[in-house]
Design a protein around this ligand. Structure first.
Ligand code: NAD
Length: 384
């Protein structure tokens, strides 16, 4: 059995996503499991090199996890021949320059979403990566989650018949930061720092809709800032200039309509923080991050609209759980494994920078729709 080492420069590992999901639950978890197995029996072992701004924080993380290499100097790391992949989980506004530098140093790139702050910048990065011949990818973790994998199984099996509509509900209350600490970094609520729920979540909705149901052709959206004043990590009040809720209708190929509410100003009355109900002529499903329930056409109860009579029907009790039928690993790790195989063996990887750019296109179109009060159609994006 051969060991294939791949050096991965990981920038932004002191942050929430970089540390928890990408370093510990993905790259270190893969190492602990002995690497990513390949069909010929070889294994890919990623070798992390931590990159960031704070020497103290990097040294602490490195010591805690027994990682030998770390640096605050990205240029030096990018000039190191043992580094094959550059990974970026920095705040969104810092990403473009770093990814550009990595591509020009000839590294394969993998990045958190959104790929950049604007569609133009994202397309430029996708073009640079293509021209440099480097492999590239964007994090699209939600399609690797158990609930959505089960939904995918239902779509592939033809369970729904003709799919009519999708209604998604995402969100939870993010504390303002005064009387209880906010559970998300404050930059998310400042437009000038790349914040906003549309820029954060619409790239997710784009690939979830595209991978499961088909491309989005038009969007009508209203983005708002419900909570205009918040308190930052140091307890200082600031003006929340970014949108914290968005109400959107997406039109997909084949006349499928998806309607998704996204909000950091909503209290949860759902089984999961995100849920998608899919209705089709033959059956319906409600999928969350982990679970997925179905109701087939033949098991649909006859509902009768009578507002004057209180109902004792247990509507939710009439749905059936989709079985796991296997073991699921962390969604971020599942996508890392695919990306590492893509880099090493050229295995197809649809989650490339161009796909990430389409996510930004959807976010920008939604913001444009919100500003203008109009429906916005999406042109096919192509690399020049
Ligand atoms: N895939 C997902 O589900 C998901 C979820 C949340 C966030 N994200 C994305 O991950 C990225 C990081 O988000 P996060 O929530 O981990 O943020 P975070 O604030 O916790 O971490 C940000 C990281 O960027 C670094 N950084 C570099 N320049 C900075 C600057 N000028 N100011 C502040 N920090 C700077 C920080 O040191 C830190 O390591 C964002 O692009 C975000 O859109 C993805």
């Amino acid at each position: 059995m051969g060991i294939q080492l791949l050096g991965v420069a990981m920038n932004g590992v002191t942050g929430r996503m970089g540390y928890r999901q990408h370093l510990t639950r993905s790259v270190l978890a893969i190492r602990e499991a002995g690497g990513v197995p390949l069909p010929d029996g070889d294994r890919i072992i990623p070798e992390p090199i931590l990159v960031g701004r704070s020497e103290t924080k990097l040294r602490d993380i490195a010591r805690q996890h027994g990682i030998e290499r770390w640096s605050t100097d990205l240029d030096t790391v990018l000039s190191d021949d043992t580094v094959q992949i550059y990974f970026d989980a920095q705040i969104t506004s810092a990403r473009e320059d770093a990814v550009r530098a990595a591509i020009s140093a000839g590294k394969h790139v993998y990045t958190e979403k959104p790929v950049a702050a604007t569609l133009d910048a994202a397309l430029e990065l996708a073009k640079l990566a293509r021209d440099a011949g480097v492999r590239n990818g964007v994090v699209q973790d939600k399609v690797f989650l158990p609930g959505l994998l089960k939904l995918r199984r239902l779509v592939d099996s033809g369970f729904f018949g003709r799919i009519l509509s999708i209604r998604g509900e995402f969100g939870y209350w993010v504390f303002e930061g005064d009387w209880q600490q906010a559970q998300r970094p404050s930059w998310n609520y400042r437009a000038e720092d790349g914040g906003g729920i549309v820029l954060d979540m619409f790239p997710h909705w784009h690939y979830v809709l595209e991978h499961l149901f088909g491309p989005v052709r038009a969007v009508t959206a209203r983005a708002v800032t419900h909570v205009p004043r918040r308190w930052d990590e140091r307890g200082r009040p600031y003006a929340a200039t970014a949108d914290d809720a968005a109400y959107a209708i997406f039109e997909l190929d084949g006349g499928v309509i998806a309607q998704i509410n996204s909000s950091w100003s909503v209290r949860v009355d759902r089984e999961e923080l995100v849920e998608f109900q899919v209705d089709g002529t033959e059956g319906s499903a409600v999928a969350g991050l982990t679970g997925c329930r179905i109701q087939h056409r033949a098991l649909t109860p006859r509902a009768v609209w009578d507002p004057d009579t209180a109902t004792s029907d247990d509507h939710r009790g009439r749905w059936q759980q989709v079985p796991d039928n296997g073991e699921f690993i962390n969604g971020f790790r599942a996508q890392w494994e695919r990306f590492l195989r893509h880099v090493h063996t050229g295995e197809p990887f649809p989650h490339d920078l161009l796909s990430g750019a389409r996510g930004l296109q959807l976010a920008e179109a939604a913001l444009q729709s919100s500003r203008s009060g109009r429906r916005v159609e999406l042109e096919e994006v192509e690399l020049a």
